[in-house]
Write a protein that binds this ligand. Structure first.
Ligand SMILES: [Cu+2]
Length: 134
């Protein structure tokens, strides 16, 4: 009985500690061994077009030839996700030029990469969009 209470407490603490975005987007983050996917915005997040840079490495070396899609979604229901394809600028460096935030609030950006060997790598970044572009 005590054990069960402790387990339950541990579960509650775990749930409270990380608040994954709705629809399990946080849980969808996955990286094959040795692969890193970094998401960086070109500018301060605001309601405007803000290109998204994605850097992909395997064992520290640039990973070229991936197909990368960037999806922006919000933490409230009823949003149509923003989707933009990224192009490869240099080996391992990808960029979604057309990505645009269309609302103020909390967003999560998902970068999904199909690697040349068929593996799938997914990273998620939380972003708060504070204001409309001047
Ligand atoms: Cu919204």
């Amino acid at each position: 009985m005590l054990c069960r209470a402790i387990c339950l407490l541990a579960l509650v603490l775990t749930l409270a500690a990380c608040r994954p975005p709705p629809d399990g987007a946080g849980a969808a983050a996955r990286l094959p061994p040795g692969v890193t996917v970094e998401i960086a915005l070109d500018a301060e997040p605001r309601v405007a077009t803000v290109p998204v840079n994605i850097t992909i490495t395997r064992d520290g070396a640039p990973l070229a030839g991936a197909t990368v899609t960037v999806t922006g979604d919000m933490t409230h229901a009823g949003m149509i996700p923003v989707v933009a394809a990224a192009t490869e600028l240099a080996p391992g460096r990808y960029r979604a030029d057309a990505f645009a935030f269309d609302m103020v609030g909390d967003w999560f950006i998902t970068a999904e990469a199909r690697l040349p060997n068929g593996e799938r790598a997914v990273a998620v970044k939380m972003v708060r969009v504070e204001r409309v572009a001047p």
